[in-house]
Design a protein. Structure first.
Length: 114
């Protein structure tokens, strides 16, 4: 599956952004859809995940601020980011764990100014 992330940009601390990941085909049977992020000079870290059944999990650093959702009819996975902090600045990547494949989209840059 091919993935295309969008929605990044520049926002002030405390603001909100919504990222969207569009898949090239149906995501109904994709086991897990995930969002990762990679800050400059750091490793790529898991931010949020959502299973085909709708179960979600979040990194501790974003719990209560970020919400992941999936729309199987539109083949999209969204990440709503609220109360953004400068430390949320990173390139955000969409990922589909579609065994045996692990697909990545191009990242979208989120910059949070203080």
């Amino acid at each position: 599956v091919q993935l295309q992330a969008s929605g990044g940009g520049l926002v002030q601390a405390g603001g909100s952004l919504s990222l969207s990941c569009a898949a090239s085909r149906s995501i109904t049977d994709i086991i897990v859809m995930r969002w990762f992020r990679q800050a400059p000079g750091k490793q790529r870290d898991l931010v949020a995940m959502i299973t085909s059944g709708g179960d979600t999990n979040y990194a501790d650093s974003v719990k209560g601020r970020f919400t992941i959702s999936r729309d199987n009819a539109k083949n999209t996975v969204d990440l709503q980011m609220n109360s953004l902090k400068p430390e949320d600045t990173a390139v955000y990547y969409c990922n589909a764990l579609d065994l045996p494949y692990n697909s990545w989209g191009r990242g979208t840059l989120v910059t949070v100014s203080s």
